[in-house]
Design a protein around this ligand. Structure first.
Ligand code: ADP
Ligand code: ASP
Ligand code: MG
Length: 448
């Protein structure tokens, strides 16, 4: 199928009735938009994450359930008299409530994922009705039929071949007569259990669907009009970028630009699906196109900030002139499914960074991991760090890049400077409390 568009709307875009109505108009304004992927309404997943811990006092748990019901019902109320919708919503809220009370919740990652799925299941139900109100023939489709994953709850890995097969057999036939509204973030494992793709995963879901139906374009509708030179929340001087290459945008996503989930561009690149990022509040304001080729290739394109980094240092005299030391370390990390971002080595030590988000529902640095690493060498763990990445083109081969960045930041203590591994980034680690100021200052030096 050609010309098909997949449109994804994030949490703030589907936060309430008015926001959903604006998004429905965006969908209706382009007949090529056949698949709509929605996030949970703003704030709902954060509430669900708190419930998923399973250890809340009863009154707190009930208060959270009431807040969630409030968010959902206030959308429904604006739709007028809709008894069938009210019943369907009530049913989901009852299921959610039972899940939140399950005695096994705290110890079961599968139940936690089931609980986390309700945000997207409710928003897609409501969004499909708003589209129908506006005269579009829309159906609410359970994405768990298509997004098949392994059983790694909370950070499941999609099975690309199976997703393609399911999309061809179950999703494509529906596109002939309806607009499909479906859920981001969630999937299902082989045994039918609900899984999730990690926080912010709806972008990734939308990209996986776009790939599997060979879409012409993927639209990511959010609360800013495009990808900016840095997070506009960090500096008022950040400005939108009209076009950016897949390679640069993928580096940005990996290195913390929250605008895109880190894995979003992988399926888009595999299937050459162009990606548009724009604001659902101001669709007419334009946005950013991400594609293979761009007209300009500036040395400096953007600065990304990734918070909540942990620095692990392993020191062992055995490393001196030895072979296999790093292989041992990485085997342990791989067994714990930990992906390493930056790495530097000296004669007898290796330092590496990993991501440890506090809002995730499982910690990566566990006692078992530390015990295994301690068998290889002396381990130090430092927290409260952030990773800053300068993104651009030919950075490894452009004269003066290192000098520009380092001299701009001479007042600060930079750690783990990594330059040269990629043409598209130069990154380093800083203390978290310094990070926003560093980004702002570096942005002025490189972009003003
Ligand atoms: P959604 O709920 O639509 O997925 P997110 O909150 O996940 O939205 O992502 C949008 C936010 O990403 C913006 O509000 C902005 O603060 C942040 N952001 C971080 N880096 C950038 C960047 N380089 N350009 C634009 N926005 C960015
Ligand atoms: N609702 C999920 C989250 O808040 C997924 C997403 O919005 O992309 O993380
Ligand atoms: Mg997001």
């Amino acid at each position: 199928m050609t010309g098909l568009i997949v449109a994804k709307f994030g949490g703030t875009s589907v936060a309430d009735y008015d926001a959903m109505s604006r998004c429905a108009s965006i969908v209706a304004s382009n007949p090529e938009t056949k698949i709509v992927v929605v996030s949970a309404s703003s704030g709902v997943t954060n509430y669900l994450v708190r419930l998923a811990k399973g250890n809340l006092p009863t009154n707190e748990r009930d208060a959270i359930l009431a807040h969630i019901a409030d968010i959902e019902f206030s959308i429904l109320k604006k739709m007028g008299h809709k008894p069938e919708m009210a019943q369907a919503l009530e049913h989901l809220l009852n299921e959610l409530s039972a899940c939140a009370r399950d005695a096994e919740l705290a110890s079961s990652l599968a139940l936690q994922d089931e609980l986390l799925s309700f945000g997207e299941r409710m928003s897609s139900l409501l969004f499909s009705e708003i589209l129908r109100e506006q005269g579009t023939h829309a159906i609410n489709f359970d994405v768990r039929q298509v997004i098949k994953t392994d059983a790694s709850h909370s950070k499941a890995t999609p099975d690309i071949a199976l997703i393609k097969h399911q999309a061809e057999t179950l999703l494509m036939p529906e596109l002939a007569h309806s607009v499909i509204v479906t859920q981001g973030f969630i999937g299902a494992s082989d045994n039918g259990k609900t899984t999730t793709l990690g926080r912010g995963g709806s972008d990734y879901s939308a990209a996986l669907l776009a790939e599997s139906v060979k879409a012409e374009a993927l639209q990511i509708w959010t609360d800013v009009n495009g990808i900016y030179t840095t997070d506009p929340r960090l500096t008022a001087k950040a400005r939108p970028i009209n076009e950016i290459s897949f390679d640069e945008a993928a580096e940005m996503a990996t290195f913390g630009a929250k605008i895109l989930h880190p894995a979003t561009l992988v399926p888009a690149m595999r299937a050459s699906v162009r990606v548009f990022v724009g604001s659902s509040r101001q669709p007419e304001a334009g946005g950013t196109w991400v594609a293979w080729k761009t007209e300009h290739k500036p040395a400096y394109r953007a600065i990304a900030l990734r918070k909540e980094q942990v620095l692990l240092t392993l020191k062992s005299p055995d490393m001196l002139h030895a072979t296999g030391f790093l292989a041992d370390v990485f085997t342990i990390l791989a067994r714990h499914k930990i992906s390493v971002d930056l790495i530097t080595t000296s004669e007898i030590s290796v330092a590496l960074t990993l991501d440890e988000p506090t809002n995730g529902n499982s910690r990566k640095i566990t006692e078992t991991l530390l015990d295994e690493l301690k068998a290889v060498g002396e381990v130090t763990v430092e927290e409260n760090l952030s990773l800053i990445a300068v993104i651009g083109n030919h950075l490894q081969a452009t004269r003066g890049v290192g000098g520009n960045v380092l001299s701009a930041l001479e007042k600060y203590n930079l750690r783990m400077i990594c330059h040269g591994a990629s043409a598209h980034n130069l990154c380093f680690l800083v203390q978290s409390e310094d990070a926003p100021g560093i980004v702002e200052h570096l942005h002025s030096c490189l972009f003003d």
